[in-house]
Design a protein around this ligand. Structure first.
Ligand SMILES: Cc1cc2nc3c(=O)[nH]c(=O)nc-3n(C[C@H](O)[C@H](O)[C@H](O)COP(=O)(O)OP(=O)(O)OC[C@H]3O[C@@H](n4cnc5c(N)ncnc54)[C@H](O)[C@@H]3O)c2cc1C
Ligand code: FES
Length: 350
C-alpha cells in the first residue's frame, strides 16, 4: 500500500523517528515490521516502534548508516507529504504468552519492537517481571529514556538495564545471562545486530547448561549482507565433486553446493536477486519461478512460505522463495528463472 510521510525527527545523533500514514488500514502486532521503498529504490525493513494507537499511523526508528541507500540517501531527500510503498505487517516476532519472566535483549534500534511491545504488554502484565537490556556506546545512544523512565515509575516489575560499551559493560547477552536467576522459566527475546542475536542464542540455548524456556529473535540483517562476493566466499572452492549440484537459471548453468540455499547459489553466481529480509521468508524479494518439470520435485513450501506467497501480487503457481529452498543431491539439474519483473533486473536494463 502507499503511505505518506507525516513527520520525522532526530531521536539521537544517528536515529530518526519516522511517522507514516498508510493510505489503507494497517493492523499489526507489536514486534512486526514493514518493508518500505521509494519507487526508484530497493525496499528496506523497519520494525514498528509504537503499539497500534487507532490513528492508523506507524512509527519507525531508522538508524542512519552513512551512504546507506534508505537510511541516509532516501531519508535525507524526503519531506513531509512524500509517498512511499509499504508492504506489511511482516514477521512473527511477538511478546511471549505465559507468566514466566521476560528478558528483552536489544542493540541500537533493535529496541524499536520492544518499545511497541512494552507499550501494550506492560499494562496487561503488571505482575510479570520484564527486563529490558539495551546496548549502545554511550548513554546518549539510548534515546527512548523518557518512555522507559515513565514505565519504571508505573510498573514495579519492569527493569531497565543499560549496557554501555563506552564504560566497559560488556555485551547485553552476557550481562543478561549473568543476572538470570531461573533460565528454565525465562522467555528471551533478542533484536538488533546479527552477531548479538546469534551469540545470545548460542549462550542461552544451544550451549547453555540450562536453556531458557523460549527464545525468539529478529536480526536486523542488512539487505546487502550477502553480496555476490561474500556468498561466493562463503561457499568456498569446489573441493568435493560429491556435494556439487547443477542448477540452471535463465539459460545459465550454475554449480550449487549441497546444503546451501538456492538464494545463496544465485548470489554467488552474481545473479541480480535481492534478499531484503535476510532469508526470513517475509519480504518476497528473492522470488524465483521454477521450471514446470520441477514444481513437484522441490520440497513443498512451509506454512510461512506459503502464506507469504499467497500475498505477493507477482507470485504464480510456480513461484517459490529462493531463500527457503535448500539444495540437495535430489535437486541436481534444477531449472528455474528470475521473474521478469525482478526490480533489480529492471534497474539493470535501464
Ligand atoms: C526484519 C528487519 C527489521 C529491521 N528493522 C530495523 C529498524 O527497526 N531500524 C533500523 O534502523 N534498521 C532496521 N533493519 C535494518 C534495515 O532494514 C536496513 O538494512 C538498514 O537501515 C540499512 O539500510 P540502508 O539502505 O540505509 O543501507 P544499505 O544501502 O543497505 O547499506 C549501506 C552500507 O551501510 C552499512 N550497513 C548497513 N546495515 C549494516 C549493519 N546492520 N551492520 C553493519 N553495516 C551496515 C554497510 O557498510 C553497507 O554497505 C531491519 C532489518 C530487518 C531484516
Ligand atoms: S530473502 Fe526475504 S523472503 Fe527470501
Amino acid at each position: 500500500m502507499r503511505a505518506t510521510l507525516h513527520s520525522s525527527q532526530w531521536l539521537s545523533r544517528d536515529v530518526r523517528e519516522v511517522i507514516l500514514s498508510p493510505h489503507e488500514s494497517l493492523s499489526y502486532r507489536p514486534g512486526q515490521y514493514v518493508s518500505i521503498a521509494r519507487t526508484d529504490r530497493e525496499p528496506r525493513c523497519y520494525s514498528m516502534a509504537r503499539a497500534p494507537s487507532g490513528d492508523n499511523r506507524i512509527a519507525l526508528h531508522v538508524r542512519r548508516w552513512p551512504g546507506g541507500s534508505f537510511s541516509d540517501v532516501v531519508m535525507n531527500e524526503s519531506r513531509t507529504g512524500d509517498e512511499f510503498d509499504i508492504t506489511g505487517p511482516l514477521g512473527t516476532f511477538a511478546f511471549p504468552d505465559g507468566v514466566g519472566p521476560v528478558v528483552m535483549l536489544a542493540t541500537g534500534t533493535g529496541v524499536a519492537p520492544f518499545l511497541a511491545m512494552l507499550e501494550s504488554a506492560l499494562p496487561a502484565n503488571a505482575s510479570r517481571p520484564i527486563t529490558l537490556y539495551w546496548g549502545g556506546r554511550g548513554n546518549e545512544d539510548l534515546y527512548a529514556q523518557d518512555a522507559i523512565g515513565d514505565w519504571m515509575a508505573r510498573f514495579q516489575r519492569f527493569r531497565f538495564v543499560p549496557v554501555l560499551s563506552g564504560r566497559g559493560d560488556g555485551y547485553v547477552q552476557d550481562v543478561a545471562a549473568q543476572e538470570m536467576a531461573d533460565p528454565a522459566n525465562t522467555h528471551v527475546l533478542a533484536c538488533g545486530n546479527t552477531r548479538m542475536t546469534d551469540d545470545a542464542f548460542a549462550r542461552l540455548v544451544a550451549e547453555a547448561a540450562s536453556p531458557v524456556a523460549s527464545f525468539a529473535s529478529d536480526a536486523f540483517t542488512p539487505a546487502t549482507y550477502e553480496s555476490g562476493a561474500s556468498a561466493a566466499a562463503a561457499l568456498g572452492p569446489d573441493s568435493s565433486a560429491q556435494s556439487v549440484v547443477r542448477m540452471h537459471c535463465g539459460g545459465q548453468c550454475l554449480q550449487a553446493r549441497a546444503g546451501e540455499t538456492v538464494l545463496r547459489t544465485l548470489k554467488a553466481a552474481g545473479l541480480p536477486v535481492m534478499s531484503v529480509c535476510g532469508g526470513k521468508a517475509s519480504c518476497g524479494t528473492c522470488l524465483v519461478e521454477l521450471d514446470a518439470a520441477w514444481s513437484e520435485r522441490v520440497p513443498p513450501c512451509s506454512r510461512t512460505e506459503r502464506s507469504l506467497l499467497s500475498c505477493l501480487p507477482d507470485a504464480g503457481p510456480l513461484s517459490r522463495l529462493s531463500c527457503q529452498i535448500r539444495v540437495t543431491q535430489e535437486l541436481d539439474g534444477l531449472a528455474l528463472r528470475l521473474p521478469s519483473n525482478n526490480p533489480t533486473i529492471k534497474e539493470l536494463s535501464v
